[in-house]
Design a protein around this ligand. Structure first.
Ligand code: PAF
Length: 283
């Protein structure tokens, strides 16, 4: 496993693989790796000749400087995990290498980026597209792997690839959950033991909501979820939206879309956690 810290070095390392027409799989991450990331890595190694994983806490996607400062950074432990996972190249660049000058590019994908995280974290998806497009240009992968936990991010990256255009297959991978249901996230590391227990009510509520789809109207289910979270100790609801899974726009009736997803964001203390669940899928 090669650990590379500069873009120039990465280009050099990949050159022979393009020449020999190897399939390259890219897994972009911000590190603090967990089983969810490893499931992406496993899929990438099984489907490609060469797997590149990037580890970079991207400053341009954080609209809150405190959140950026507190984002977990565990490079040594990450490298130890990746050693065992058959990764070929780890790309862990510095901020100066990725952004030698300010990135002034604007990525805008209305209406996909106007709702949920786009509304709650202005500039977030612009930053995500800045870094992901740079990683795509640098590595020119055959396939790139992203988790479905960041449901809106995945939809926006697909749209970026479709319109840019990049010749890259975007592979969405299912949410990985802890045994008790909590969606795996690097941010879970920041939870105290008490918060960890309190956070469990997020996935529990989503699972119960799915069971109620046949007996509740859509607006009444939305209110039920909101009230459940609002009355849960230690949890502070940012938003819960029931959306058309293709357009990401909120809907009012179960008949309004064939693919319907419930997306939630909750503060557990200072830690902002996101999760989602498919409520209907007749795709
Ligand atoms: O999902 C993430 O971890 C990040 O948003 C990504 C895609 C690695 C870009 O920094």
């Amino acid at each position: 496993m090669k650990v590379i810290t500069s873009s120039e070095e990465l280009k050099k390392a990949l050159l022979p693989h393009y020449d020999s027409k190897k399939f390259i799989g890219l897994v972009p991450t911000m590190g603090a790796l967990h089983q969810g990331h490893l499931s992406l890595v496993e899929k990438a190694t099984s489907e490609n000749d060469i797997t590149v994983i990037s580890i970079f806490v991207n400053p341009t996607q954080f609209n809150d400087p405190e959140d950026l400062k507190k984002y977990p950074r565990t490079l040594e432990a990450d490298l130890a995990l990746l050693e065992k996972a058959n990764v070929d190249i780890v790309f862990a660049p510095t901020v100066e290498d990725v952004y030698p000058t300010k990135d002034t590019r604007i990525f805008s994908y209305p209406p996909l980026d106007e709702v949920m995280e786009g509304k709650a974290r202005p500039g977030h998806f612009n930053g995500v597209c800045q870094i992901v497009s740079k990683l795509f240009t640098l590595t020119n992968p055959t396939r790139a792997y992203f988790g479905e936990k960041d449901f809106q991010q995945l939809a926006i990256i697909r749209e970026m690839v479709r319109t840019y255009p990049f010749q890259i297959e975007i592979v969405g991978c299912p949410i990985m959950r802890e045994k008790d249901g909590l969606a795996m996230s690097s941010r879970n590391m920041r939870l105290t033991p008490i918060q960890r227990t309190q956070a469990l009510n997020i996935s529990k509520t989503l699972f119960s909501a799915k069971e109620k789809v046949d007996t509740y109207t859509l607006p009444s289910l939305k209110v039920w979820v909101e009230n459940e979270i609002k009355s849960s100790e230690g949890l502070d609801l940012d938003y819960f939206e029931i959306i058309d899974g293709n357009t990401l726009q909120p809907i009012e009736n179960w008949q309004d879309a064939s693919y319907i997803v419930g997306c939630i964001t909750v503060f557990c203390g200072e830690v902002r956690l996101i999760d989602n669940i498919t409520l209907k899928n007749n795709k």
